[in-house]
Design a protein around this ligand. Structure first.
Ligand SMILES: NC(=O)C1=CN([C@@H]2O[C@H](COP(=O)(O)OP(=O)(O)OC[C@H]3O[C@@H](n4cnc5c(N)ncnc54)[C@H](OP(=O)(O)O)[C@@H]3O)[C@@H](O)[C@H]2O)C=CC1
Ligand SMILES: O=C1O[C@H](COP(=O)(O)O)[C@@H](O)[C@H](O)[C@H]1O
Length: 459
């Protein structure tokens, strides 16, 4: 893995939505910590000059987290701007000139996926790939075949150690804590297996729709948009074997190994839903069959997990916005208290962050009855301190690829979902603000009920 620090950051898609919502705020935060000491070159075709580009950066940080005067000033000093179409070789010649003496530029492709290939090709032709690395946004392909082709395109110009495939969930503190909590605590390992764990659920619920991203979402759907990437990454963190070290490749090896133990999905393992009203959104086909909800059941066929059902559920227009994992233990062999719920560990990923272990304790009073109590290991009511994009861009600048998806990982993840993409499983309508189609309850059956994440109500 290349540990050489980048000496310039080039970001394509500088006028886009992702840049506005995430990249400028992450760069300002990096600057605030005193860690932005390299030029940041935005490339887009808006016909802007540098002042207009800086104004866009200002509007972005004001809208997302607030302007930090010192951090923003540092960011502004580092900003450069190259205007031009990505189909025009002149754009890349101008970029080469702007890069000046930079020997290890990082090219961040925050652009629509159809442009990944053409931009990489132009970078190669203009001599911008020499000593460089590339950071690629999601979605990484739309199925196994396209992901393999995209890997070949990237590998034609960059060595694997210089390719950073972003999945922003890997930059989230609580997602990293899944691994840390498992392997930094010896009490967990003896029970973290099929002998003690009855089932695992991962729910990613969003109480909003596609928020103007209809054209993108019509090509994606929940399975492609978040299950194949974010939620399988969470699953890999929960299930992988202890890596031989914390080094990037050791961790990434274990993630690939555990995905290999997961059989590809069959139609009977999947429920697809679409919220009523989705087809009225801008950019959506009137007869769209895209899933805004997906629930899947999968298994991990290795010694640790054989027989444990894993359920993943994700959806738009659900009752809350929250991502949570629930690891349910077997019930005591002989019930000590009638109707006692099974113990669980709950990992709250967002919007707040928590790790909680459920227990039963005796209820105060004469009667020999129980009451549930959670032991809270971590609780950050306001979420994580560092934003995922800040962390990941920082890692990519340093050359640390641990929290980025490797070529073999993305292909394994696509291999798992590939047979059920498209309309193999019919889509069922569900009411907005419900927990999706009733078929999802049938999928989980006696391993249920689904655990619906609760959200603190604002006072
Ligand atoms: N938006 C989001 O919330 C998220 C986005 N992503 C991913 O990030 C990437 C970017 O998404 P997003 O920002 O939403 O996309 P947008 O469509 O908002 O932005 C696309 C950017 O690419 C530029 N562009 C497009 N075509 C050309 C061209 N031929 N020449 C020069 N510039 C061009 C646009 O410039 P111009 O404006 O001048 O046309 C714009 O800056 C995608 O891969 C997406 O999947 C990932 C997670 C979340
Ligand atoms: O990648 C994506 O993630 C967001 C959810 O991200 P989060 O960090 O807010 O949990 C999702 O809304 C979007 O559809 C998807 O493209």
């Amino acid at each position: 893995m290349s540990e050489q620090a980048a000496d310039a950051l080039v970001f394509f898609g500088a006028t886009g939505d992702l840049a506005f919502k995430k990249i400028f705020p992450a760069l300002q935060a990096t600057a605030r910590r005193g860690r932005l000491a390299i030029p940041v070159v935005g490339v887009a075709k808006a016909g802007w000059n540098l002042d207009q580009f800086r104004a866009r950066a200002k509007a972005s940080v004001e809208a997302h987290g607030g302007l930090d005067p010192a951090g923003f000033e540092t960011l502004c000093k580092q900003l450069r701007y190259v205007d031009g179409d990505y189909a025009d070789p002149g754009t890349f010649e101008a970029l080469r000139r702007e890069l000046g003496g930079a020997r290890y530029p990082a090219h961040y492709l925050a652009i629509p996926p159809a442009l990944f290939g053409p931009v990489v090709e132009q970078l190669g032709k203009s001599g911008c790939t020499q000593g460089a690395r590339v950071i690629v946004e999601k979605p990484f392909g739309r199925d196994l075949d396209s992901a393999q082709k995209l890997n070949q395109t990237l590998l034609g110009s960059f060595h694997e150690s210089s390719i950073f495939r972003i999945d922003h969930y890997l930059g989230k503190e609580p997602v990293q804590n899944l691994v840390f909590f498992r392997f930094a605590n010896s009490f967990l390992e003896p029970v973290w297996n099929r002998h003690h764990i009855a089932s695992v659920q991962i729910t990613m619920a969003e109480d909003f729709g596609v928020q103007g991203r209809g054209a993108f979402y019509e090509q994606a759907g929940a399975l492609r948009d978040v299950v194949q990437n974010h939620l399988l990454q969470i699953l890999a963190n929960l299930t992988m074997e202890p890596p031989v070290s914390t080094s990037g490749e050791a961790v990434r090896d274990e993630k690939v190994k555990v995905l290999r133990a997961i059989p590809s999905l069959k139609p009977a393992d999947v429920v697809r839903g679409q919220f009523r009203g989705y087809r009225d959104e801008k950019g959506i086909a009137p007869d769209s069959q895209i899933d805004t909800f997906a629930a899947i059941k999968l298994s991990v066929n290795n010694w640790r997990w054989q027989g444990v059902p894993f359920y993943i559920r994700a959806g738009k227009c659900l009752p809350v916005t929250a991502t949570e994992v629930l690891v349910r233990f077997h019930r005591p062999p002989v019930p000590y208290v009638a109707n006692a719920p099974a113990n669980y560990i709950r990992f709250r990923i967002s919007p707040d962050v928590a790790i909680a272990l459920s227990t039963m304790v005796k209820a105060p009073g004469e009667a020999f009855t129980g009451t549930p109590a959670e032991l809270i290991a971590v609780h950050h009511p306001d979420g994580a301190e560092m934003d995922a994009y800040e962390r990941l861009l920082g890692d990519a600048m340093k050359g640390n690829a641990t929290e980025f998806a490797r070529e073999d990982y993305v292909e394994e993840a696509w291999r798992i979902v590939d047979p059920v993409l498209g309309s193999v499983v019919p889509v069922t309508e569900y009411e907005p603000r419900s927990w999706g189609p009733a078929e999802a309850n049938r999928l989980i059956g006696s391993d249920g009920p689904w655990h619906d994440p609760a959200v603190r109500q604002a006072n």
